[in-house]
Design a protein around this ligand. Structure first.
Ligand SMILES: *[C@@H]1O[C@H](CO)[C@@H](O)[C@H](O)[C@H]1NC(C)=O
Ligand SMILES: *[C@@H]1O[C@H](CO)[C@@H](O)[C@H](O)[C@H]1NC(C)=O
Ligand SMILES: *[C@@H]1O[C@H](CO)[C@@H](O)[C@H](O)[C@H]1NC(C)=O
Length: 303
């Protein structure tokens, strides 16, 4: 067994060398980018602690999962909101971007009309982004749970969404603010399912407004088996977006398929992924799993 494994590794290392000889000039190579989701389990520790590990370049808080009908609700699994504004600034000072995901597997959300899309834009802008300069704790009667901290971006994580919903209108409105002069750039990202295309996000992605797309290469056995085919489709379809390879940070024990052993990630996946000119980096689901497994230790050095 040990011999077989060793010879496999040797063969893989040789193949890796051959690959690097043949690598096209346009390959992205390493970017060092690792995005992690935070906010799905109180036991994962604080946002500040996540940033202080030095393992992540972006933390996506999840989720704002009630919207579209005049009501808005943020669900951070019981994390106390009080200290988060300070943690966001601490992360940003240390070069870690902090954004907020809308949607997710639970909650109650929809954007059936342009008006509801613009309403959500106003809410995001005034409550979490630079609305009113981000300098007050209230703006136009809107409470800012993180005070004057201004988030770096918004992530579209659309789980129960129909193709006709107006996420395109929201995306265009957010993208108009991606360049606020003197302000922080706004990073617009989407987190999609593995199989291409993901109809839930297709209308938003068709705007071309997304800087990054995190593709979830888990929770879909067929797609994770044919990951290289799906990767090619995503990277080819969105040449102007950076495509991130999304992985679970813990093995199947928590019922999530698609775990990739570190050795396999290094020899089997990394060379293929980093060949794409618009390879962006990795996305890990999630901080709670990663805190237990330490998986980001590998991903961080190989990304
Ligand atoms: C919604 O917005 C889109 C894009 O701006 C526009 O083309 C469309 O006509 C609008 N629909 C309605 C009902 O206003
Ligand atoms: C942002 O600014 C840059 C440089 O001025 C420009 O090239 C780019 O088109 C702008 N993007 C948007 C979305 O306005
Ligand atoms: C499985 O994935 C392959 C490769 O992406 C795709 O061509 C095929 O249609 C998928 N099969 C099913 C049943 O989804």
């Amino acid at each position: 067994m040990a011999l077989t494994r060793r010879s496999l590794v040797t063969v893989a290392a040789l193949l890796l060398q051959l690959f690097f000889l043949a690598v096209p000039a346009a390959a992205a190579g390493q970017t060092g980018q690792v995005t992690v989701f935070w906010g799905r389990n109180k036991d994962e520790g604080s946002l500040r602690e996540a940033c202080d590990t030095g393992m992540y370049t972006m933390v996506v808080m999840s989720f704002l999962n009630v919207y579209g009908h005049g009501e808005h609700r943020l669900d951070l699994s019981g994390h106390p909101l009080g200290g988060i504004g300070g943690d966001i600034k601490h992360c940003q000072r240390n070069g870690v971007l902090v954004s907020l995901a809308i949607g997710g597997p639970g909650g109650a959300y929809s954007l059936l009309t342009n008006q509801s899309a613009l309403g959500l834009f106003d809410h995001l802008w005034n409550t979490y982004l630079a609305g009113g300069g981000g300098s007050r704790s209230r703006k136009g009667g809107v409470a800012r749970p993180f005070g004057d901290a201004v988030l770096d971006g918004v992530d579209f994580f659309l789980e129960h969404t129909t193709p006709a919903e107006r996420y395109d209108v929201l995306a265009v409105e957010l993208a108009k603010r991606s360049n606020v002069s003197g302000g922080r750039p706004l990073h617009l990202t989407a987190t999609t399912r593995c199989a291409f295309p993901d109809q839930r996000a297709a209308r938003a992605l068709a705007t071309g407004a997304f800087e990054r797309i995190h593709v979830r290469f888990y929770d879909d056995d067929n797609c994770t088996q044919h990951w290289d085919d799906a990767w090619d489709r995503w990277t080819a379809a969105h040449p102007r977006s950076r495509i991130y390879f999304g992985l679970p940070a813990a093995s199947e024990e928590d019922g999530r398929s698609g775990y990739v052993y570190p050795k396999s990630l290094y020899y089997g996946y990394i060379p293929v992924l980093q060949k794409a000119a618009n390879y962006g980096g990795f996305m890990l689901w999630d901080r709670y799993s990663d805190k237990k497994s330490g998986y980001s230790g590998y991903v961080h050095s190989w990304a």
